[in-house]
Design a protein around this ligand. Structure first.
Ligand code: GLA
Ligand code: GLA
Length: 689
């Protein structure tokens, strides 16, 4: 008895709103191939006890499914699927292509990737793959076709899971297959060798190409390679993986078009342009392993989820993997604290996840991940993890009615992968500029004020947002800039930071004062840039008379048509503007010429209603707040990540869903406490407006 029809509601045909599932899916990666048959029965019984209703099967089972070239063995998999179906547990069936078997790599060396220095990787792990190898592609086609033919119509299957964490360990291969495919990609993109030379500015350092075959991947060179070539190589490699994904997808979709299809992303992961990828899946899924030993890890995890939710705003998303407690692949693996498995699962649900799954179901006895945490650990059901797993499963089963409520986000942060690739190049004025840090810089105060943001590509329509933040969007095409400009013209508010609008899509500088097509939004002229020595600050004064500090970077700004709202007070740039406000069309912009310190950023955000937040959540209190808005109710999530009890005023009376209690004016949350307050009858904006 498969549950797919009952659980996933019209996933594929809703264009206005993300499709939903009626309840939060709960489960894990399940690797029965590591265990004798008797354990499988025990597994299925325990899954029932834990409320597990979705497991990912088959991720790394190529060597078992095809033990010899062309010789297949699917009985064991059918057996697993039968067992799961019998227990009403849905299956997210994976193609096994992330770990080619030893016979394949040993016989066809060209399936193995080659690094920048020309060294070929060996096999004996996973992901030792040259994605452009024709042999690999042919063998993938064969095993995926066979998988579909053997078990594709099994009633247990709800979803297709293609490959695993594309580009995870070897994002760039530099072999001759890649060279050939890169040249074809370039011809498709540019049309001619002349156009390639033009785009890359190859007259610099005598790099002009006179024959297409001279163009090779950016292998080991004496000094830095051409940055435009490096940028195109990153674009190409992301596309090469995507092309292979689409081949697998085509085989699966041809057999069962009605099943949801996904591949697990890795959140804010640099090598793959997930905006392009997410357009090709029915449900976005992600793996989240934010390190609990990192400062502000809950906030970083929240940002990762907001990035993932924004990748494709028309489809649902889910957590495909998270660690129940700790991983084993960092040098020192700190576990999540008691209750954090629950708080972090609710963080995902608050931010719209339709499922929270773990890696993995049962801890391995052997292999590279034998000390990774699991739902069933080595100590078995006696482990404290198990009680948390069971309790969470029970609780999630009761959360049906909020699943169709979208996350409320009136602020957007603009992010783009090509920008990420280009701006973190070693040729930059500040080679230590980190895109993740820049995003987190503007994300932090909003998270702390309970203001939820969507992440958007510079290509998408931004009309639905009240304010848009543009941190260091160095690479911006003219159409992308026009998108931002027209958003402001129509009445939007934009905050643009330093080092934005510097180059076009070929990494060529827009001449004149910096900013190129974004200059209408800047209100001042960026004449030059001056990174600040590490440990030093930039001092300035607001128009209100208060002092402020920034660090990392200073623009050399000249006044133009905007209004100076902060001016530098010390040093070589004293007297120059550092924050400039401009009205443009019906909208407003703020240009920020340095990295404002936390207080200064709060000072700036206080000028913009949408960035202020109207919440009683105190910045620094460790309480996370997110709202989901349903047709007839608002759901306010409050999660206490701090080690203290917190009393939080709630906006209106409501029913707390986890305890069933009616709340008056406040809620008290213990450490690791969670409240979901249903405020009924508050008509959402999209209905009334
Ligand atoms: C050296 C080289 C120049 C140029 C500069 C940059 O002096 O000779 O071609 O690369 O470094 O600082
Ligand atoms: C990734 C992989 C899993 C497993 C986990 C361990 O997310 O997809 O196969 O290796 O990491 O944390």
């Amino acid at each position: 008895m498969t549950r797919s029809g009952a659980v996933w509601e019209s996933m594929l045909d809703q264009s206005e709103q993300r499709a939903v599932t009626r309840r939060v899916r709960y489960g894990a990666d399940y690797n029965p191939e590591q265990w004798p048959r008797a354990v499988w029965e025990e597994d299925v019984r325990l899954m029932g006890e834990a409320g597990v209703d979705l497991v990912t099967v088959g991720v790394f089972s190529w060597a078992l499914l095809e033990p010899k070239e062309g010789l297949y063995s699917f009985d064991w998999l059918r057996d697993v699927l039968d067992l799961l179906a019998g227990a009403g547990i849905g299956v997210d069936l994976a193609t096994p292509t992330a770990a080619p078997p030893a016979w394949l790599s040993a016989r066809y060396l060209d399936v193995l990737p080659v690094d920048r220095t020309g060294v070929r990787y060996s096999y004996g792990s996973r992901q030792s793959i040259c994605i452009c190898s024709p042999t690999y592609r042919e063998k993938v086609g064969a095993i995926v076709t066979r998988l579909v033919a053997e078990v594709g119509d099994h009633e247990a299957i709800e979803m297709w899971h293609v490959h695993n964490e594309y580009a995870c360990h070897v994002p760039y291969c530099y072999c001759d297959h890649h060279g050939r495919a890169f040249r074809q990609w370039l011809v498709r993109r540019y049309g001619s060798l002349d156009a390639i030379n033009q785009a890359w500015g190859t007259t610099f350092w005598s790099q002009s190409y006179t024959d297409l075959d001279q163009v090779v991947p950016p292998r080991m060179t004496a000094a830095v390679a051409n940055p435009a070539l490096e940028l195109d190589y990153k674009r190409f490699c992301s596309d090469a993986f995507l092309e292979e994904f689409l081949e697998e997808r085509a085989i699966l979709k041809a057999a069962r078009p009605e099943l949801l299809l996904t591949t697990n992303f890795m959140g804010l992961y640099k090598p793959l342009d997930y905006f392009r990828w997410a357009a090709q899946v029915d449900i976005v899924s992600t793996d989240n392993y934010t390190d609990p030993a990192t400062a502000e890890w809950q906030m970083r995890s929240a940002m990762d989820y907001d990035v993932v939710r924004g990748l494709n705003k028309k489809v649902p998303w889910m957590v495909m993997e998270q660690a129940p407690t700790r991983v084993n692949w960092r040098p020192h693996n700190v576990p999540k604290g008691p209750g954090h498995m629950r708080t972090m699962s609710y963080q995902a649900i608050a931010r719209g996840a339709t499922g929270v799954l773990f890696f993995q179901w049962r801890a391995s006895r052997k292999g590279a991940e034998m000390f990774h945490s699991a739902m069933v650990s080595h100590a078995g059901t006696a482990s404290p993890v198990w009680s948390e797993v069971v309790a969470l499963g029970k609780e999630l089963a009761g959360l049906e009615d909020l699943m169709s409520a979208p996350v409320e986000a009136k602020v957007a942060i603009v992010h783009s992968w090509p920008n990420w690739w280009a701006v973190e190049s070693p040729v930059q004025p500040a080679g230590d500029l980190s895109v993740a840090d820049q995003l987190f810089w503007v994300y932090r105060p909003l998270y702390e004020a309970g203001v939820t943001v969507d992440f958007c590509s510079p290509d998408e329509c931004l009309d639905r947002y009240e304010a848009v933040l543009v941190p260091s969007l160095y690479l911006l095409s003219e159409p992308q800039a026009a998108n931002l400009v027209s958003y402001v013209e129509a009445g939007g508010t934009v905050v643009v930071s330093f080092w934005s609008g510097i180059v076009d899509e070929h990494d060529a500088v827009y001449l004149g004062p910096y900013g190129g097509p974004l200059r209408p939004l800047m209100g001042c002229d960026v004449l030059d840039v001056a990174p600040i020595p590490v440990g030093e600050t930039l001092e300035f004064q607001w128009d209100s008379g208060e002092n402020g500090v920034g660090d990392f970077w200073a623009d050399v700004l000249a006044e133009r048509d905007g209004q100076v709202v902060a001016r530098i007070t010390r040093g070589a740039l004293s007297g120059r503007p550092v924050v400039v406000e401009t009205t443009y069309g019906r909208g407003r912009t703020y240009y920020v010429g340095c990295r404002l310190g936390p207080n200064a950023l709060a000072h700036l955000f206080a000028r913009v209603p949408a960035l202020r937040g109207k919440t009683s959540v105190q910045p620094g209190s460790g309480v996370e707040r997110v709202v989901r808005v349903g047709d007839d109710a608002r759901y306010e999530f409050l999660i206490n990540h701090s080690a203290e009890e917190r009393k939080i005023d709630v906006a209106a009376h409501g029913l707390e869903l986890l305890t069933g209690m009616e709340l008056g004016s406040f809620v008290a949350l213990k450490p690791a406490g969670v409240a979901i307050i249903r405020h009924a009858g508050i008509a959402p904006l999209r209905r009334t407006g």
